[in-house]
Design a protein around this ligand. Structure first.
Ligand code: NAD
Length: 389
């Protein structure tokens, strides 16, 4: 008998539906937060969606502070600046409001504010998280405004270590939002590039989780339906940002992807992380560039699984049909086919390529790839993504 042993986590409460942002004051009361720090990014801070949410708080008489010094691909200095504001304002919880960058940084502020060790002591390595004082993690309400990362249902935050140009995953089982408000109306203003990139991130999460080895039939089932939702709805949300039905399904697919990827991710992410850290590219769009090359690379290990996935999604032609559907979806969304088409002036020399490959094989996601990701394998995938093979 195979080893049917595993560990499954599905604890998040999600208030899902258009207009439910109006419940934010009630959600804060339920969570016991009296003076939240509202964490968002500078681009969103200028948009009506933030003004109207802050008005909701003001109208309900909720004292709050605002912190928006959050880079896309947030860095350590963003975190410690946020921690200072959190402490100075006497805040007792965080509203993490935005895409993955603001959600991750909001979660990390709530986690790190009252820890005595530096944040890098809590990287997602073994049980490093056990060094944290879990009793001092502030409660978090998460409000996603993109539909991709699924950070709202996750127990980790991604933070770039600037000195080494490395994206690190900071993990704690209690760095989990107490409540999520998933309101698709908040995503309607996303521009097409962000709609495409974040939507492809959700697809990458579902696809890599589904293909990762290990016994996790719940994650497999969630990922399967997540992939179907993306194929059906991402082109609609991209073509018409105001299509709230498509936006709602994409918001579900994003949360499903991050729920499923507790099973594991793979080489799409292992390569995307160093590229994102070294070239500051959008995470989901970088995943989208790598997706067809990694799919082909893993073929010998995943063909029967992909055949089942294709059949479930109503895509004819088995593995080849699915690979073609991925290429067609990318083309429809304007995803660049190669890294040089994606990143201006991208022409790494051999030493740089080797650095990227070395970073990829030690990335925490590499272990989930269905075929062991060696240095040669990572280099060959990088060459494929440069040449468009
Ligand atoms: P993002 O949060 O970086 O946002 C990208 C841009 O979109 C920003 O300029 C932002 O202002 C804008 N934006 C966001 N919502 C908008 C809206 N509704 N209308 C108009 N503009 C809007 O992008 P993202 O893809 O959501 O997040 C990427 C980050 O998430 C990366 O740092 C990545 O490493 C991280 N990530 C984390 C996890 C996790 O599990 N914690 C998973 C995947 C990715």
């Amino acid at each position: 008998m195979t080893n049917l042993v595993s560990k499954w986590n599905y604890p998040t409460t999600i208030r899902f539906g258009a207009g439910r942002i109006a419940e934010l004051p009630e959600v804060l009361r339920d969570t016991g937060i009296a003076n939240p720090l509202f964490v968002t990014d500078p681009g969103l801070a200028k948009l009506p969606v933030v003004a109207s949410t802050l008005k909701l708080l003001a109208d309900a008489g909720v004292a709050h502070g605002v912190f928006s010094d959050v880079k896309p691909n947030p860095v350590e200095s963003n975190l410690y600046a946020g921690v200072e504001v959190f402490k100075a304002g006497g805040h007792d919880g965080v509203i993490a409001f935005g895409g993955g960058s603001a959600l991750d940084l909001g979660k990390l502020i709530a986690f790190q504010a009252h820890q005595s060790r530096p944040v890098w002591d809590f990287e997602d390595i073994g049980d490093w998280w056990a060094r944290a004082d879990a009793s001092r993690i502030a409660p978090i309400v998460a409000v996603p405004t993109t539909a991709g990362t699924g950070s709202e249902v996750g127990r980790a935050g991604v933070l770039t270590h600037e000195a080494s140009h490395t994206k690190k995953v900071i993990f704690h089982p209690k760095m989990m939002p107490a409540i999520v408000i998933a309101d698709p109306e908040l995503t309607a203003g996303m521009p097409p590039f962000i709609t495409a990139g974040t939507g492809m991130d959700a697809l990458a999460h579902c696809l890599e989780a589904y293909c990762a080895p290990g016994y996790h039939p719940m994650a497999d089932g969630i990922a399967l339906e997540g992939v179907r939702l993306v194929f059906e709805n991402l082109p609609k949300a991209f073509a018409d940002g105001s299509d709230l039905t498509a936006r709602a399904h994409m918001m579900s697919a994003a949360a499903m992807g991050a729920t499923a990827f507790q099973k594991g991710l793979g080489a799409i992410h292992s390569l995307s992380h160093p590229i994102g850290a070294l070239y500051d590219t959008h995470h989901g769009m970088t995943n989208a560039v790598f997706m067809p090359y990694v799919l082909a690379f893993n073929r010998s290990a995943i063909e029967p699984r992909i055949e089942r996935l294709a059949a479930y999604c109503g895509i004819a032609g088995g593995f080849d049909g699915f690979a073609e559907a991925v290429l067609n979806l990318r083309a429809e969304l304007g995803v660049p086919h190669t890294l040089p088409a994606f990143i201006d002036g991208f022409a790494p020399d051999q030493a740089r390529k080797e650095l990227i490959a070395d970073m990829a094989i030690v990335d925490p996601t590499a272990g989930g790839n269905p075929i062991k990701l060696t240095r040669d394998g990572a280099l060959s995938l990088l060459t494929d993504a440069i040449e468009g093979n």
